[in-house]
Design a protein around this ligand. Structure first.
Ligand code: TXA
Ligand code: MG
Length: 401
């Protein structure tokens, strides 16, 4: 068994294909139907065996990003996740279930009424809800949910993924899976199996590869806390705050949004906020403000940039480098379009940051987006990934990058 991060580089990591189209799993079903002749069935069951014997964490696709899962009931299994990712041990993990029945039966948890309208609308899907820890214990008095999932917390986060590969893995193993994103800590979250391989090769036994149709959302789940008054969004994500207000009715009309940054010593509601996050090797600089304001700051930046620095540009709605002076265009080594809509940009952003790292870009210049709808989650990730931000003429330099 793996005991520390120092011996975690011992696996011959295998990438096993699984195909969502081989799986039938309706939102209200308890278990999937999968033809036993398919490689999907064989590979899923191989992963199930690893999970059941706590032989190492398994990477798998979800509709948000790839997760790195292990049994949330086993402290040994959960510790293997922290070791493989090199994750700070006080950052809690989200528990993934395949059905409400499993949440009740295995984790002895009944969901409070406040969540009913959100579960009805968004589960299975990219919404994590915060719940009080189960009161029941195992026969020997130990907690049902491993305390390693919830360091220092009196609550736990749970979600039911809509991706049928991840939901099948949870249902077939009948284990709630603790699963953070399957990147190495501080790196951008993975949205393709090859991203997981880049970070986790040698550190985990298998990666289930869902092909290019997975991770349709591209950013992590929204984390909401309905155990407090007023209820709060702790992390913006795949379900927009506007959608929560609209589906949540009176219970969620006063929902507040947490702040996206927290100091190292500050007590925080969402512990992961205080860590460096989502950062490629290259320096990321984000430009916020629309139209001319934004364009002005980037052209000024390019005018001053030293020769020899490899620059990649990620543009979306307002930047159009083809309209810039030749002298500025000549400073851009690479340019990619993130798309113009919230869902497109969410889907592309993590992958785009990783692509530029592969091309040895030194500085990534990103066009920011308006913070409504999907923009809230996109800008939450970009603010954390950036070492510098130009916001409507204001220049913010971060110290932790
Ligand atoms: O979409 C997702 O949620 C992905 C996929 C794999 O499902 N998972 C994910 O996990 O993003 P991770 O570990 O990267 O993010 C977990 C974050 C923590 O950093 C924290 O912000 C919040 O979820 N969280 C988890 N448990 C919490 C708790 N009890 N109280 C407050 N925040 C919690
Ligand atoms: Mg993460």
């Amino acid at each position: 068994m793996m005991s520390s991060s120092s011996d975690s580089s011992r696996w011959e990591t295998r990438v096993l294909p699984v195909h969502a189209e081989d799986i039938k799993f309706g939102p209200k079903d308890e278990i999937p139907t999968i033809d036993s002749q398919t490689e999907t069935y064989k590979n899923l069951n191989e992963a199930v065996n690893i999970l059941k014997t706590a032989a190492g964490p398994v990477a798998f696709p979800t509709e948000t990003v790839y997760g790195l899962g292990a049994s949330a009931l086993s402290t040994n299994a959960v510790r293997q996740i922290f070791a493989a990712k090199n994750r700070p041990s006080d950052n809690p993990l989200i528990v993934h279930v395949s059905s409400l029945n499993q949440l009740e039966r295995v984790l002895h948890t009944k969901v409070p009424k406040i969540y009913d309208p959100l579960i009805e609308k968004f589960w299975p899907g990219p919404l994590t809800i915060i719940l009080p820890l189960p009161e029941d214990t195992q026969k020997d008095g130990s907690p049902i949910l491993s305390p390693a999932c919830t360091p220092g917390q009196s609550t736990f986060g749970v979600r039911m993924p809509s991706n049928v590969i991840s939901r099948s893995l949870i249902a077939l193993s009948d284990l709630p899976l603790a699963a953070p994103s399957a990147n190495a800590s501080t790196k951008p979250s993975p949205t393709r199996a090859e991203h997981v391989y880049e970070d986790m090769n040698g550190r985990i036994p298998i990666i289930l590869d869902g092909g290019s149709t997975d991770c349709s959302v591209g950013l992590e789940s929204t984390v909401v806390d309905g155990t407090v008054t007023p209820p709060a969004v702790l992390r913006p994500g795949g379900v927009t705050i506007e959608a929560i207000r609209s589906a949540g009715g009176d219970l969620w009309k006063d929902v507040i949004t947490g702040k996206s940054e927290a100091g190292k010593n500050e007590a925080v509601r969402t512990p992961g906020m205080k860590y460096r996050h989502y950062s490629p090797r290259a320096r990321v600089i984000t430009f916020i403000g629309d139209g001319n304001g934004c364009n002005g700051a980037i052209t000024e930046f390019l005018t001053r940039v030293e020769p020899g620095i490899v620059i990649g540009l990620l543009q979306s709605k307002y930047f159009d480098h083809t309209l810039w002076d030749d002298s500025l265009q000549s400073k851009l080594n690479f340019c990619e379009n993130l798309g113009t809509t919230g869902p497109e940009i969410s889907h592309n952003i993590f992958s785009a940051l990783r692509n530029f790292d592969k091309r040895n870009v030194d500085v990534i210049l990103v066009e920011g987006v308006d913070e409504s709808d999907e923009g809230a989650a996109i800008m939450n990730r970009l603010r954390k990934a950036s070492s510098e931000i130009f916001e409507n003429g204001k220049h913010i330099k971060k110290t932790d990058h």
